[in-house]
Design a binder for this molecule. Structure first.
Ligand code: ADP
Ligand code: TYD
Length: 217
């Protein structure tokens, strides 16, 4: 029998600060999330796809293997399934307990990687987000970088999880543009960070925004 109970998206009635980091591959997100965690040792450092046991299993499906392994539609469903599990089991309980969440990628990555690179699917990404996720970070740092530089940084640390990094420079340029549009359209939530700088200088700027936001809430 079909269960007709409506699916509940999350409303956001929580207390900790939810911070995400976004940007193209190799832009320095992991570096900056770790530096922020050093400043806030009680915060929960997490990532997408992944961040919970179930979502880490889905991560392995998404990031390894042939670039054409999944159709675009299936890929959106897998990223959203991983996010829902991450939200239910890691993010919402931590925020409710008053913890700060530092998340390496969140829904903006799906909007840009799956939505902006395949224009016709952006509506599907947004609809699925509204129904299944319904929660935005309080603060999103979008690290902006020249993809040529970011790709050359990435080459030094290849892990086998490279379905998206294998898609080349033109793809990364499209992503960069998609993230810039998101930052422009969401000025209350998104802060654009110039990634072509010393990591310590970037971390100081990020920390200032975080403490201002914590003070404001
Ligand atoms: P991402 O998580 O966005 O893929 P990483 O933080 O893993 O990026 O950084 C990619 C590579 O670039 C790593 O080798 C890292 O040490 C290096 N890196 C990170 N930030 C900077 C920076 N501001 N300047 C130069 N190199 C950097
Ligand atoms: P990750 O190792 O986090 O990337 P990075 O190179 O930035 O350290 O791998 C995540 C990959 O998955 C990355 O290439 C972006 C992609 N991705 C999407 O395509 N859609 C999404 O919704 C998310 C969260 C990630």
């Amino acid at each position: 029998m079909i269960n007709n109970t409506p699916v509940r998206a999350y409303s956001g009635s929580s207390h900790g600060l939810f911070i995400s980091f976004e940007g193209i591959d190799g832009s320095g997100k992991s570096t900056q999330t770790k530096l922020l965690k050093e400043r806030y040792p009680d915060a929960i450092l997490t990532r997408e796809p992944g961040g919970s046991a179930g979502a880490e299993e889905i991560r392995a499906l998404l990031l390894t293997g042939d670039p054409d392994r999944w159709s675009a539609e299936t890929e959106i469903l897998l990223f959203t399934a991983a996010r829902r599990d991450h939200l239910e089991t890691t993010i919402i309980p931590a925020l409710a307990a008053g913890k700060t969440i530092i998340c390496d990628r969140f829904a903006d990555s799906t909007r840009v990687y799956q939505g902006a690179t395949r224009g016709t699917l952006r509506g599907a990404v947004d609809t699925l987000h509204d129904v299944m996720i319904g929660r935005e970070p309080d603060l999103t740092f979008i690290i902006d970088m020249d993809p040529t530089v970011a790709l050359s940084r990435g080459l030094a640390r290849r892990s086998g999880e490279d379905r998206f990094e294998d898609m080349g420079l033109e793809f990364q340029e499209t992503l960069r543009h998609g993230f810039l549009v998101l930052a422009r359209d969401n000025p209350g939530r998104c802060v654009l960070i110039d990634g072509n700088r010393n990591p310590i200088e970037m971390a100081a700027e990020i920390a200032l925004h975080v403490s201002n936001r914590m003070f404001a809430t």
